[in-house]
Design a protein around this ligand. Sequence first.
Ligand code: TYD
Length: 230
Amino acid sequence: MTEQIPPPPATRGHGGGLFVAFEGGDGAGKSTQSGLLGQWLTDQGYAVRHTREPGGTALGRQVRELLLHGEDGSVSPRAEALLFAADRAHHVASLVRPALLAGQVVLSDRYLDSSVAYQGAARALGHDEVRELSLWAVEGLVPDLTVLLDVSAREGRARRGEVHDRLERETDEFHDRVRRGFLDLAAREPGRYLVLDASRPVAELAAAIRRRVTELLSQRGKVAAQERLG
Ligand code: TYD
């Protein structure tokens, strides 16, 4: 008998669920859009788990405090990358993967690409190094779809208003590098991304996201039906 080959890490533990990440610079409107999508999916009868990074778990909320609310210079760049990766490791192991295995739709405000864009590109720790670190942390789990809400540094700053955490206080040059980091990731794997101009009206963006997610869910339904038929 042939030996069973384990599934590749990128699909391991995905179960029947759907994993959608929302990415983009600070002030891009990710939580508005993930909230609207979550509400719409719930109304359609889907089980939805809405979460975020950093801070989607109890441990993550403590890590979030360390990462975002210290003085400038309180976290060195590599410590920052490791703390975001630690938050992510625990988030995936204790919340995201179990929800996917239970067949839920998981919507996450930020995921792995935020580390590549902020720590890898903007802090110049290296795209590949930071990506590898996070992939190790999550045992290869990548989203089925990443919605990238593209916003310029200037516009993001204007939308955020007055209150700024440690990363939001960074310069416009930093936020421009973040933006390029995200766009670069999307260009490498266009099939897994939906890139939208975040300055478009909220309702238009929401409709575009719903269309893409509906396509994914119907593909998933077809695959499940084929599997049932043998
Ligand atoms: P948050 O208040 O969640 O911002 P937003 O509402 O814009 O998502 O703050 C998260 C901050 O942490 C944000 O500035 C981006 C940054 N971040 C990283 O630098 N690396 C990461 O891996 C993640 C997940 C977030």
